[in-house]
Each structure stands twice: as structure tokens, then as C-alpha cells.
Design a protein around this ligand. Structure first.
Ligand code: NAD
Length: 360
């Protein structure tokens, strides 16, 4: 049965990189590997300019009616003076909330061809392949009470609340365990159980839920140690699962181990397997319109979409192999350029991936 995809290109380099990802999807559609129907929608600054709203009701309705959403990026200096409720980022947050995307999957993969791009020694990071599973709709970013109040003394008090229910912990752990079953079957749950009762419970639920996955080797780290280990010996990790805030910080740290922001995809999933797929980078206004942006993170986001929402793991693997092949051919966009390689623009990189895809 044909699957429905909503494509929201957004702002800055968004339309440029999404155009290349669409070429890849169209190539798979043309050779019969997948059957999809594609609808386009507005989000972010582009939506504000056209409709006065960074998340028009039609976009949210179309997203809810789709199997998956492919997003470019939102934001840019043009919209910074707007009231916070109208800024492009509000559109993105609204889409995440509207779809109930509680599981954020952030792979940190270092292609061996790009080992020099990392600030860490090549032998520490070469072949790195970690999946960070971050809880996205709970924890301290959403807990009540929150806010800043003025005490009778006149001093101000800032409050945020770290709160999780057992079912919230269980569902994110299940996502991590299911993913690990398709990879190295190792999960490290990251908490601060020695200090925070909420994450003491997190650890207990992680252990209890793991009983349903006897093949998974579950380990636990306190978040401070996890940060240290990520930089010391990152290849010890397969899948990491953690809270919203710890995941926010650790996934950025893991991403930078690879040294190439233009290479990393991400997925955010809800309980029905519906997902939103996007590169981890922003709209890069500094290079927008120049045809130099790296489209590979967006193309790899399509691979994640095929694997996690469209049940087409074979097509996902073909995309990942095609990306590796163009890197083997020495093609590099400016952000990952190094001596002896051939520098190409956005469109040429997209074309090269499609050509490599058609060879397999
Ligand atoms: P950014 O990720 O857009 O850019 C950071 C740096 O990386 C820039 O030098 C940029 O040129 C470079 N870069 C990013 N993607 C690249 C690519 N594909 N190829 C080559 N180089 C690339 O972050 P920023 O500059 O902090 O933010 C710019 C705008 O993007 C802001 O409005 C911000 O709010 C927004 N933003 C959006 C998202 C999103 O849509 N998910 C995420 C982060 C930032």
C-alpha cells in the first residue's frame, strides 16, 4: 500500500537540501523499491510569510494524516524580530507536540572516510556508530511547577521540575531496546540515580522493562560519567537511552565527535511509529542560496524514514551504501572538504548519490 509523506522544506538551505533528498526518494519510487505519495506543506518563516503563522493548521492536519514528515530546517535572521509565538522555531515545536513525538533518535555515525573531520584522534572515533535515544516530551523541559517568582524578600526564585511517570520511562526504554535488537543488542541507560529520585525510578523501570528483552545487555551510567566516556572511548556504546535534558546535551556531544554537522540525520517518533525526519543542523542562513550546503544529512534522514516509518529497511540500506560510495569516490561538499578530495555543490552531491543508488 502506498505510504503518505509530508515534505516541509522550511527556510534557508531547507529547500536546497530537501530537493536533493526528494531526488533520492523519486529514484527509489521509479525503480519500484517503494510506493509513496508526497504532499508539500509550509512551515517556519516561509509559512509565516505566506500565511502569517509558522505552523498553519493545514500543515499540522496534513502531518497528522501522513505516515511520515520530512523536514529541512527552519529559522533565519529575517524572522528574529517577530514575537516568540510567531517565530519559525515555534512551528517546529508545534509539529513535534502536535504529533506526540516522544522518542528522539540521534545517530552519531562517523564514516571512516571522514575520520579526519573529528577533533578527536581518528583511532578513537573511526567507525563510530552510536544511537542516542532521547525522551522528547517529558522531564524537566515540561514538568510543573515551573517559572520565576519573586519572594517576599524581593529576591527572585527560579523553578523547574524533573518529573517522569513509570509509563513514560517504559515506553522510551522499549524504543531503545527494540532498536538495539536490530543492532548490537547493547543499551546503556543514562541517569543520575545517585542524586535524583526521579532517575532512581528511571533506572528501576529500565531494568524491569529489560526483562522482556533477555538478549539485551543493559548497563547504566551516571550522566557525568557518560559524558566523560563519550569523549574518552565512544566506541564502547551501541544504543544509549536517557531523559530529555541529558539526551539534549549528550546527543550534541556525540554529534560533534563526528565533526560534520552536515552529515547527521535524526528521527522523532510517536507511539504509532509515525515520525518526523530531519537533519540535525539548522537553516544555515550564512550559506543559503549559494548551492554549497551538504545534502547528505537530509538524504540520510530519508533512510531513517524508510527504516522506522515506512517499513522499507532494504531501501534505507541502499541509501546508506550510496552515501558511503560517493564518499569513497572522493566527493566532498565544502563543510567536509579535505586535501586531495573533489569539492562539489549541493546538486552535484545529490546527483552522485542517485547515480550510486542506481548502481545497486
Ligand atoms: P546551523 O546548524 O544552521 O549552522 C551552523 C553552522 O553550520 C553554519 O556555519 C552553517 O553554515 C553550517 N551548516 C549547517 N548545516 C550545513 C550543511 N548542511 N552544509 C554545510 N554547512 C552547514 O545553526 P545556527 O547558525 O545556529 O542557526 C541558524 C538558524 O537555524 C537559526 O535561525 C536557528 O534557530 C535555526 N535552527 C533550526 C533548526 C531546525 O530547523 N531543526 C536547528 C538548529 C537551528
Amino acid at each position: 500500500m502506498s505510504k503518505k509523506i509530508l515534505v516541509v522544506a522550511g527556510d534557508g538551505i531547507g529547500p536546497e537540501i530537501v530537493a536533493e533528498a526528494m531526488k533520492v526518494l523519486q529514484a527509489l519510487q521509479a525503480d519500484g523499491s517503494i510506493a509513496i505519495s508526497v504532499e508539500e506543506g509550509l512551515i517556519g518563516g516561509a509559512a509565516y510569510d505566506a500565511a502569517g503563522d509558522p505552523l498553519p493548521a493545514e500543515t499540522l492536519a496534513a502531518a497528522k494524516a501522513s505516515d511520515a514528515v520530512l523536514l529541512g530546517a527552519v529559522g533565519g535572521p529575517k524572522w528574529e524580530p517577530l514575537h516568540i509565538s510567531k517565530r519559525p522555531e515555534k512551528g517546529l515545536l508545534g509539529l513535534r507536540a502536535g504529533l506526540g513525538l516522544f522518542a528522539n533518535l540521534r545517530p552519531a555515525i562517523l564514516y571512516p572516510q571522514l575520520a579526519d573531520a573529528s577533533t578527536l584522534k581518528p583511532e578513537v572515533v573511526s567507525g563510530l556508530d552510536i544511537m542516542i535515544v532521547r525522551e522528547l516530551t517529558g522531564g524537566i523541559y515540561f514538568g510543573q511547577p515551573r517559572g520565576i517568582e519573586t519572594l517576599p524578600s524581593g529576591e527572585r526564585k527560579g523553578v523547574n521540575t524533573l518529573v517522569y511517570t513509570e509509563s513514560e520511562v517504559e515506553r522510551i526504554c522499549r524504543v531503545a531496546y527494540e532498536i538495539a535488537m536490530k543492532r548490537g543488542k547493547k543499551v546503556c541507560s543514562v541517569d543520575k540515580a545517585n542524586v535524583l529520585e526521579c532517575t532512581e525510578m528511571w533506572r528501576e523501570v529500565a531494568i524491569k522493562t529489560a526483562a522482556d528483552y533477555p538478549e539485551i545487555a543493559l548497563s547504566h551510567l551516571y550522566v557525568d560519567n557518560a559524558a566523560m566516556q563519550l569523549v574518552r572511548a565512544p566506541k564502547q556504546f551501541d544504543v544509549m537511552v536517557t531523559t530529555n535534558m541529558f539526551g539534549d546535551i549528550l546527543s550534541d556531544c556525540a554529534a560533534m565527535l563526528t565533526g560534520s554537522i552536515g552529515m547527521l540525520p535524526s528521527a522523532s517518533l510517536n507511539a504509532d511509529g509515525q515520525g518526523m525526519y530531519e537533519p540535525i543542523h539548522g537553516s544555515a542562513p550564512d550559506i543559503a542560496g549559494r548551492g554549497v550546503a551538504n545534502p547528505l544529512a537530509t538524504i540520510l534522514s530519508v533512510a531513517m524514514m524508510l527504516r522506522y516509518s515506512l517499513d522499507a529497511p532494504g531501501a534505507a540500506e541502499r541509501i546508506e551504501k550510496a552515501v558511503s560510495q560517493v564518499l569513497d569516490q572522493g566527493l566532498r561538499t565544502a563543510d567536509i572538504m579535505s586535501a586531495g578530495m573533489r569539492q562539489v555543490g549541493t546538486v552535484e552531491m545529490g546527483d552522485a548519490v542517485v547515480a550510486a543508488l542506481n548502481e545497486h
